[in-house]
Design a protein around this ligand. Structure first.
Ligand SMILES: NC(=O)c1ccc[n+]([C@@H]2O[C@H](COP(=O)([O-])OP(=O)(O)OC[C@H]3O[C@@H](n4cnc5c(N)ncnc54)[C@H](OP(=O)(O)O)[C@@H]3O)[C@@H](O)[C@H]2O)c1
Length: 299
């Protein structure tokens, strides 16, 4: 069982380009699947095929597109569960071996605490259950979720770093480490999963660029910028209480802040049984190197 042909849906999103780059670097034959009415340009490398589908994404439209494909990687918004279920149904009908869903989470979305704080995470569990059910009746079909915690080099504000004004928010638990992944690490891990099919079958793999404390991140940015940063420290329990209340009052920013907290304080994958760095042949990246590049992008 080997994977040669991979279809990627979501190549033009935030994560998609990093996955496309990694799949091509690993010499997979890639087809980008996109909506027929997509406004994203088709400016992919010349060895990438493009397949278009009506925006309704019906199973009957998808099956002929996925026929002959070995894997389907989905990098649309993780909340689009119904669409992903249709993609999974079509993948099964088309004989696709491995599906990697849009489950590239910031935290362990299945944990009780995470689901209590961010009810939307229930959707991820629902999709994993759906995929698992499909595997029971279709032995040729399998799935893997690649969870790398917070994307480190995506948006500074997402990590509560404000490089232009040399400021950072810290949730006051200085010695708590958490995993973080660069976009390229998530891409690389995704490509590795497709070459380790048996070991990664029907499970979550946790990966990282590094596992560090918020203080180590702050120090690395101070080193890269050559400046002392201004820090606002929050008590985690108070922070949680405040943003749960704001969430209940309908504040959209609340969910993002609660996800920030879960990623910064409850996502040390080195402690997880499913920590898969060794399995996938991946090594940690150097925090100072990555922060140096981020500082150049964000300063
Ligand atoms: N761990 C973290 O820190 C973190 C942070 C952000 C995201 N994520 C995860 O990364 C994954 C990808 O998220 P993302 O932010 O990269 O997604 P995104 O930017 O919203 O993805 C948009 C892409 O999906 C495509 N797409 C296809 N069908 C679509 C439809 N029906 N509706 C909307 N878009 C559709 C878009 O196509 P067009 O080009 O045609 O519009 C575009 O290529 C998700 O699992 C998400 O949870 C994780």
């Amino acid at each position: 069982m080997t994977i040669k042909r991979v279809t990627l849906l979501g190549a033009d999103g935030e994560l998609g380009p990093a996955i496309l780059t990694a799949l091509l670097a690993a010499a997979f034959e890639v087809t980008v699947l996109k909506r027929a009415n997509s406004s994203s340009p088709d400016d992919y490398p010349s060895n990438v095929k493009v397949a278009k589908v009506d925006e309704s994404f019906t199973v009957s439209d998808l099956v002929p597109i996925l026929a002959g494909q070995d894997a389907l990687v989905i990098t649309i918004k993780g909340t689009q569960v119904d669409l992903q279920k249709r993609l999974a149904d079509a993948a099964v009908a088309a004989g696709v071996q491995r599906l990697i869903p849009a489950d590239f989470g910031s935290c362990d979305s299945a944990s009780e605490h995470a689901q209590m704080l961010v009810p939307l995470f229930g959707a991820k569990t629902e999709l994993r259950s759906y995929l698992t059910k499909l595997t029971h009746n279709h032995s040729g079909f399998s799935w893997t979720a690649v969870v790398g915690s917070h994307f480190f080099d995506w948006r500074a504000e997402f990590l509560h770093l404000y490089p232009k004004s040399c400021r950072a928010d810290i949730l006051g638990q200085e010695d708590v480490r958490s995993s973080y992944s660069t976009l390229s690490r998530v891409g690389e891990a995704t490509a590795k999963v497709l070459s380790k099919l048996t070991e990664t079958k029907n499970r979550v793999v946790y990966v990282q660029s590094f596992s560090v404390t918020q203080d180590q991140i702050l120090k690395a940015f101070e080193k890269a910028s050559g400046k002392k940063w201004e820090v606002q420290t929050f008590d985690p329990a108070e922070y949680e209480k405040t943003w749960v209340k704001e969430r209940d009052d309908g504040d959209k920013e609340a969910i993002e802040n609660l996800v920030f907290m879960l990623g910064a304080l409850e996502s040390d994958w080195t402690k997880k049984e499913d920590f898969a760095m060794k399995l996938l042949g991946l090594e940690d990246e150097d925090l100072d190197d990555v922060v140096g590049k981020c500082w150049e992008m964000w300063k």
